[in-house]
Design a protein around this ligand. Structure first.
Ligand code: TYD
Length: 136
């Protein structure tokens, strides 16, 4: 729930002449029980995604190809994380406003989630988000 909990987690890689391999594991590198994964790709240049907050859902975000920025905010402060290595993941706790932008050509964002998809978990309006945070 706190912005200070958001962090880049290094996954490491097994690399040899055949290329690289990186791994995510539930409750270990990914600090929650995994319920869902989805990926975002073919994002047109200049487009932004995910301007919303989740009340319960935690995320672990990996740039499996290319690069993009994730901006997380608590209604007062914000932090920008640039993801550009397939062996790093961003842990984004619940209860934060999150935007994704600056997608490079052919980038792929893999998002691992702690909750099943639920429209009710989304806050889509920034003013509503700020009120919700203040009320907690
Ligand atoms: P949306 O949350 O708007 O994407 P972003 O966070 O990148 O802005 O999701 C786009 C569409 O996909 C929307 O109609 C809801 C649907 N969707 C699902 O049905 N299940 C899911 O797990 C997700 C993440 C989205």
């Amino acid at each position: 729930m706190n912005l200070s909990e958001a962090r880049i987690i290094e996954l490491g890689k097994f690399g040899d002449r055949r290329g690289n391999l990186s791994i995510v594991e539930e409750e270990r590198t990914v600090p929650f029980e995994i319920k869902r994964a989805y990926w975002i790709y073919d994002v047109p240049g200049g487009e932004k995604r995910g301007a919303h907050a989740y009340k319960k859902n935690k995320e672990f975000i990996i740039a499996v190809s290319g690069s993009f920025d994730v901006v997380l905010g608590d209604g007062r402060d914000s932090r920008r994380f640039t993801l550009n290595r397939a062996y790093n993941g961003l842990y984004a706790p619940e209860g934060l406003w999150r935007e994704m932008e600056e997608f490079s050509t052919n980038s792929v964002a893999l998002i691992i989630s702690s909750e099943e998809y639920s429209e009710d978990d989304y806050i889509m309006d920034y003013e509503e988000f700020k009120k919700w945070r203040e009320g907690r």
